[in-house]
Design a protein around this ligand. Structure first.
Ligand code: FES
Length: 563
């Protein structure tokens, strides 16, 4: 196979001339002939001033490059689209596929023999894995790492579980503006990704369990010297992979690896967003990620990792407690330990050499879980024929079996306009329904599924209600929230047919979500249904015409599978 600068030459109809030009430009940049003989490692940097979670990405890229050089290869740092949750309108999920395309096409276009993918904030690692699996060049992920926990007046604070808690207290009038501002200064006290088990940490732990990082890379804090050393080691390993020509992403991603990831998602009580990302990542390798199998695997997996929002601790504590390999050891009977990793070792080999110390308070033993059952369940029923998700570990137990009248919001705008209206006819028994907030409907399936409790009920002390939508929810959120209803309303799913007052039955134990309206009436309503207007131009038009439903990962239909 052609390697180094000779690979992927620009097509001038004369390959030697193309190489002559390429080498000439690099000589112009100061490279010697010796350097130009080396294998090349691309270092994909997501550094961006618009992505404060990745404020350390530039320095990490330098450390990766040092490791690449120490191992005898030549590093080339290059940029890609960088997505931050709070800086991307209307939602970063709309742009995940664009970033995945950017990653895939640059890996296909550039003369690199291996690549280090520096990512972290929620959509970045999924997009990088999707692109790398499709391009199938040797790839290793380096998460930027999580922030340290904040400290405020005797309490430890975590973004963004405590962002939500403090904001809710401010809204309810139990916290004044001055105190909110003082806490605000400590909510994100360092660079790095959110330090609770939100989507970024979930996807980092999943990347490590799938085998795409060096061990420990999911959890070492962003601002630690250990993270810098991991960057150097990642660069050195990538240089070896460049010389060896592997392992390739599709050697690493297998059905067994995906089952291992499902176990980790459950036992960390990770973000429900990971379900969508795992389906998309698997789809790039031509593997259907089966949500019902995910549910079955979860039935024997309690929540052992005691991190916010389900538990009490933060990522830095998880790392000090033993990190992801210590969790593998706890759940060794549930995992396929023969699964390979980019390090060259199997999961089992890493586990065997990993320090024996485990902090039992942060990574609980099986007989003392923080939640005794699976964290996330998959529901089906006439309201969600292709599935919906509920995070049981964050729900109110008694609401997980509930029958109540629907109160329907037709869109995000309708929700914003009416939810705090004092005359809203709502009771604590209502099921709040939000539709047209799915992949096509919003578009981009924003994290709007944890609908706010109507102010009039919040004032009476109501803290949770059954909420149902075709949207997603932040990994840092909580409540009895049914998400990812598929097919979504804008695609003609049954959610589009619900009317105010219809009875909805949620029975999470039986894994059912049903609309108690007879089929003939639903057929009649379907006859009068009209699809909402769709974007007419640009990327949003491409998106709504090709995005798949939540159960298939919301990837573009023309990008799934292997050619
Ligand atoms: Fe970037 Fe939470 S906003 S990880």
């Amino acid at each position: 196979m052609t390697k180094g600068l000779r690979s992927r030459l620009a097509q001038y109809g004369d390959e030697e001339f193309a190489l002559f030009l390429r080498r000439g430009f690099l000589k112009g940049a100061g490279y010697t002939d010796d350097a130009l003989q080396r294998p090349i490692v691309g270092v994909l940097s997501t550094a961006s001033d618009f992505n404060p979670c990745h404020a350390t990405a530039g320095r990490l890229a330098e450390s990766v490059a040092r490791g690449v050089r120490m191992a005898g290869a030549l590093p080339f740092v290059f940029p890609t689209i960088s997505l931050h949750e709070a800086f991307t309108f209307p939602t970063s999920m709309l742009l995940r596929n664009l970033m995945a395309i950017d990653v895939e096409e640059m890996l296909r276009a550039l003369p690199l023999d291996a690549v280090v993918l520096i990512g972290g904030c929620d959509k970045t690692i999924p997009a990088e894995l999707m692109g790398a699996i499709s391009a199938n060049v040797p790839a290793i992920v380096l998460p930027v790492g999580a922030m340290l926990a904040g400290r405020h007046e005797g309490a430890r604070l975590g973004a963004c579980t405590d962002c939500r808690r403090l904001w809710a207290a401010y809204r309810a009038g139990t916290l004044d503006g001055d105190e909110l501002n003082r806490a605000h200064d400590q909510l994100m006290p360092t660079a790095g990704t959110c330090m609770v088990m939100g989507t970024a940490s979930t996807m980092a732990c999943i990347a490590e369990t799938l085998g795409f990082t060096l061990p420990g890379a999911a959890t070492a804090p962003a601002v630690s010297s250990e993270r810098t050393r991991l960057a150097e080691a990642t660069g050195a390993r990538a240089a070896q992979m460049a010389s060896a020509g592997g392992p390739l992403p599709r050697d690493i991603l297998s059905r067994a690896a995906l089952r291992n990831a499902s176990v980790i998602l459950q036992t960390t009580s990770g973000s429900t967003n990971a379900l969508v990302h795992l389906a998309a990542i698997a789809g790039r390798a031509g593997i259907a990620y089966d949500l019902l199998e995910f549910d079955r695997i979860g039935r024997g997996v309690p929540v052992l990792v005691n991190l916010k929002p389900a538990g009490a601790y933060f990522i830095e504590d998880f790392h000090a407690a033993g990190g992801v390999p210590a969790v593998w050891r706890r759940l060794r009977d549930k995992l396929d330990l023969s699964a390979p990793t980019v390090s060259g070792e199997s999961l089992g080999e890493i586990m065997a050499r990993w320090p024996a110390y485990t902090d039992d308070e942060v990574i609980r033993p099986l007989d003392r879980p923080i939640y005794p059952a699976q964290a996330i369940a998959i529901l089906t029923g006439n309201l969600a024929p292709n599935g919906a998700a509920i995070k049981l570990a964050s729900a109110t137990e008694k609401l997980t079996t509930h029958e109540g009248p629907a109160l329907v919001f037709d869109s995000l705008e309708d929700l914003a306009a009416r939810i705090d209206d004092p005359s809203l006819p709502v009771t604590p028994e209502h099921c709040l329904v939000l539709r047209n907030a799915g992949p096509i409907g919003a578009p981009g399936m924003p994290e709007a599924g944890a609908l706010p409790i109507p102010k009039q009920l919040g004032a009476k002390g109501v803290t949770d209600m059954v909420r149902i939508s075709d949207a997603r929810m932040s990994g840092t959120a909580f409540g009895t929230v049914v998400l990812h209803v598929s097919p979504e309303a804008a695609a003609g799913g049954p959610l589009a047919l619900v009317r105010d007052g219809d009875v909805i039955r949620l029975d999470a134990r039986a894994r059912r979500l049903d609309l108690i309206v007879d089929d003939a009436e639903l057929q009649r309503r379907r006859g009068g249904w009209e699809a909402p207007a769709r974007p007419a131009r640009g990327y949003a038009k491409l998106y709504v015409e090709h995005v798949t439903q939540a159960d298939q990962g919301c990837d573009f239909d023309f990008l799934a599978g292997v050619v």
